[in-house]
Design a protein around this ligand. Structure first.
Ligand code: ATP
Length: 657
């Protein structure tokens, strides 16, 4: 959408603002905190291990000398822990070596014992025996070590944590859109629901042109609003409509407008939303989508780019990965026209390629209607320009029909892009309003890429390019059916070093003569190089590619070669895309090649002849081009004279019988 494009381009982040400055909380932080906690815990709670000491030594070295302060008998541990009087610690070199000092709380030693009773008895006797032992506090405790418990459970907790983390991430990727996320939602449909509350501002007014398609879609909306009008005569609500057309022609826009206009719930999702790495998820999502839709009927389901799941089944059987997609498609087929009725649910889908869709999907009862949304014609383009130029500040000299004429073959999306690009160009030039020149530059930029004046081109190369482009221009001026020339330039643009710009005529059918004349003007560059310089260059690669493709199409698809006859080897169903064999024999293949070669050679000879006959004019055009870098059709008219044929008036006279 133009509005969107514009927004994207103009939405610079606020300079120096405080937005976006707050650090976001991320789940990674929690992991860092846990790791720091574990390390810290290990570090601080690291007890200095008490020293083992035998009963005898304990009795004579510690107890007898009155060095013992407390004794903790660990009942379930089979040991007694000994805490020395702080001032006595430094007298024990082995304790000092271990890091004990006056401040450490202990225990510093432990005495293992066999049975508790025996130990208690021994202790009593020893106390009696050595009155120097003084008042020793004897206490009992259980062996309960937090550190050990944590170390025991930590790996398990860590594993569980990591598992949950991955599951959450996976389900965010998989089922997040459906609301809530969670691994258990992976089979839920990811359709977005638009209803009365959701504020969709796009209406049918925003969709310019496309009158027929709009009418069909509007009818579906009115059907949902007042079904009685249609059903009282016995008619049935159509089950679905398929919007088919080239990219950028407004299919999605139309669906959005429908969502904005219809006062019924509107589920929107893309074909690829059904696809998931888990087997069976696609089918489950289809089921869930229809379940939700039936609950909200009457409603509309919109599936954009349906070819992601709707491709014909059974193609390319070598690839096992197709199974999952086929299951999803089967489920869709069943839901659309299966045993259960889903009255009041209308399915709208969009695709660029209806030809590769499964025929079961296209049959009446599923997508009853196919709505063709073609590239806009002159009048439609004017309308689309009006829509997209509305938000721009325009200069007085803007003529919508002129702009529409300059943009044959442009889709709605291209036109939106032209409008936005023109606004950017005008802004760059510090203009107060967008004028005609900005639009023309914007169109040039979209067709040919960015001008690249800084590209280093040697004078000799410049001369070759100029004669090459002048060759195109001269030949196209002198053959009847070539597209009218707009301008010729040798300013590098994108990848091209120079270009001749034509205004393609909008033809519904093209004759063989027209195609051959076009081929001559395409070959004009290479012919000029050969005639003028006596040597050829790589500069004609793109021209030759185009000429070759066109010749192959003429011979093998349009049946325009006498030797091949009225045969067309084109497969509009797309079935042959996957086959390795050709639909014709080796002999025919050779014949096709020979015919193509003959056709291109004949066109080339004719081109060379035209150029040889007008060598002086060709030279003048090329020299003017070297001087000015850009020349227009007026300049060509001055050199080559007015064309004897009037553009757009090439009528085919019916032959008399
Ligand atoms: P694709 O098949 O690639 O998905 P599409 O046909 O769905 O393409 P959209 O996304 O509907 O194309 O169109 C892209 C943009 O082009 C729209 O957002 C809109 O700005 C512009 N556009 C296309 N057609 C029209 C039209 N008829 N009127 C106004 N704007 C249009």
């Amino acid at each position: 959408m133009a509005e969107n494009n514009k927004k994207d381009s103009f939405n610079f982040p606020p300079v120096g603002g405080k937005n976006n400055r707050n650090p976001k909380f991320s789940s990674y932080w929690s992991f860092i905190v846990i790791a720091a906690f574990i390390i810290g815990f290990q570090f601080f709670s690291m007890p200095s291990n008490p020293e083992r000491i035998s009963w005898q030594k304990f009795k004579t070295d510690l107890l007898a000398k009155g060095e013992v302060k407390d004794i903790f008998i660990v009942k379930n541990g089979g040991k007694a822990e000994i805490v020395l009087k702080p001032e006595k610690i430094e007298g024990h070199s082995e304790l000092v070596a271990k890091g004990f000092n006056q401040k450490s709380t202990g225990p510093q030693y432990y005495v293992p014992f066999g049975t508790l009773e025996q130990f208690e008895k021994n202790l009593q006797e020893a106390q009696k025996e050595y009155p120097e032992a003084g008042d020793v506090v004897i206490d009992y405790k259980d062996d309960f070590n937090w550190g050990e418990i944590i170390m025991y459970f930590l790996p398990i907790a860590l594993f569980v944590g990591i598992w949950i983390f991955f599951m959450r991430r996976m389900s965010k990727g998989a089922g997040g859109g459906g609301g809530g996320g969670g691994i258990f939602n992976v089979g839920k449909s990811k359709a977005k629901l638009f209803d009365k509350e959701s504020n969709i501002k796009i209406t049918f007014k925003d969709v310019a042109g496309l009158a027929e398609a709009k009418q069909e879609v509007e009818e579906i909306v009115s059907f949902l609003k007042s079904p009685d009008k249609y059903t009282k005569l016995g008619g049935k609500i159509p089950k679905g409509a398929l919007l088919v057309g080239p990219p950028g022609t407004g299919k999605t826009l139309m669906a959005k407008a429908m969502a904005g206009e219809a006062n019924v719930p509107f589920f929107s999702m893309s074909g690829s939303d059904f696809v998931e790495m888990f087997v069976g998820v696609g089918a489950s999502r289809v089921r869930d989508l229809f379940k939700q839709a039936k609950e909200k009927a009457p409603c509309i389901i919109f599936i954009d780019e349906i070819d992601a799941i709707g491709r014909a089944r059974g193609r390319n059987p070598n690839m096992g990965a197709n199974d999952e997609r086929e299951n999803t498609l089967n489920q869709l087929l069943t839901e659309m026209d299966g045993f259960e009725t889903n009255s009041g649910v209308i399915i709208l889908a969009a695709t660029n390629r209806a030809d590769i869709l499964d025929s079961a999907l296209l049959r009446a009862g599923r997508f009853d209607r196919q709505i063709y949304v073609d590239l806009p014609e002159l009048k439609d383009r004017e309308e689309i320009f009006k829509v997209h130029l509305k938000p721009l500040k325009l200069a007085e000299d803007i003529d919508y029909s002129f702009l529409a004429k300059q943009t044959p073959g442009f889709s709605g999306a291209d036109i939106a892009n032209v409008a936005n690009e023109a606004a950017l160009i005008a802004a760059r030039r510090n203009k107060q309003a967008v004028d005609k020149q900005d639009f023309l530059d914007s169109i040039d930029r979209i067709v040919g890429g960015l001008e690249n004046r800084s590209k280093v081109i040697k004078p000799s190369e410049k001369k070759t390019i100029a004669y090459h482009e002048a060759g195109h221009a001269t030949v196209s001026w002198l053959v009847q059916h070539a597209h009218p020339l707009l301008k010729v330039t040798i300013v590098p643009r994108g990848k091209a070093l120079g270009a001749a710009w034509y205004l393609p005529q909008e033809r519904q059918i093209t004759t063989k003569e027209q195609l051959l004349d076009q081929m001559c003007s395409v070959l004009g560059g290479r012919a000029a190089e050969e005639i003028v310089f006596g040597q050829i260059s790589t500069g004609a690669q793109n021209d030759l590619e185009r000429a070759t493709k066109q010749a192959y199409a003429m011979v093998a698809i349009y049946g325009m070669s006498e030797k091949i006859g009225m045969l067309s080897y084109y497969d509009s169903t797309g079935q042959s895309d996957y086959s390795f064999t050709k639909p014709y024999s080796e002999k025919t293949a050779e014949l096709i090649d020979a015919e193509v070669k003959a056709m291109v050679s004949a066109a080339y000879e004719r081109t060379k002849q035209i150029l040889s006959e007008h060598r002086e004019q060709h030279r003048q055009v090329a020299e003017l081009l070297i001087e000015r870098e850009v020349i227009f059709s007026d300049d060509l008219e001055n050199i080559l004279g007015k064309r004897p044929w009037k553009d757009e008036e090439e009528e085919i006279q019916p032959q008399e019988l």
